[in-house]
Unconditional design. Structure first.
Ligand code: AMP
Length: 183
């Protein structure tokens, strides 16, 4: 009989957490960057996070998943497929070819903007916003305002990681937030 890895019922995400690498001073001095590439390289770790992120939304009638460039695409597209929902990219400026809606915002380490093709979401669409990391929440708030500008409804926001000490959850206001690995 072959030995199968057993699910870790004490902390089902412990394996995934062990594969998040801290990279100090990236992209600039003082930032500890949470590098998820070792986690993505592990099929088991990635699968467990996708399961954890999808579970709260199964049967919730999610119409669209908005993934935030770039690492939000990795989780967002896989989640959209699991939830039978559309995938809509929220991209950095100048990447989308057709007419866009645009929002500018501050991040932990820069000023930025997000764009979404105009008319990507239908009126009233129940939308899940997905990114890899919730830090200060600026990016998430910008994505939420893009969704609302298109007449859609933000059902919730989902993140693989949350840097709780940066207070992003407070910044997104009353919107429900799901995160799996909290720091
Ligand atoms: P924020 O708008 O501050 O919540 O920042 C969230 C965005 O910045 C996400 O798209 C993350 O990918 C990225 N980000 C911010 N801080 C970090 C960090 N310490 N490690 C990895 N990614 C981060």
């Amino acid at each position: 009989m072959t030995t199968m890895p057993q699910p870790d019922v004490a902390d089902r995400f412990a394996h995934a957490r062990s594969l998040v690498r801290d990279v100090p001073d990236f992209p600039k001095a003082g930032i500890v960057f949470k590098d998820i590439t070792p986690l993505l390289a592990s099929p088991r770790a990635f699968h467990s996070l996708l399961d954890g992120l999808a579970e709260p939304f199964i049967g919730e009638g999610i119409d669209a998943v908005v993934g935030i460039e770039a690492r939000g695409f990795i989780f967002g597209a896989a989640l959209a497929a699991r939830l039978n929902a559309s995938f809509v990219p929220a991209r950095k400026p100048g990447k989308l070819p057709a007419a866009v809606d645009r929002v500018e915002y501050e991040t932990e380490y820069s000023t930025a903007a997000l764009e979404m093709h105009t008319g990507s979401l239908r009126e009233g669409a129940r939308t899940l916003i997905v990114d890899d990391v919730l830090a200060t929440g600026g990016t998430a708030v910008a994505a939420a305002s893009l969704v609302e500008r298109q007449g859609a409804v933000v059902h919730a926001l989902a993140f693989a990681l949350e840097l709780t000490f940066l207070g992003g959850r407070g910044r997104v206001g009353a919107l429900p937030v799901v995160s799996l690995l909290r720091y």
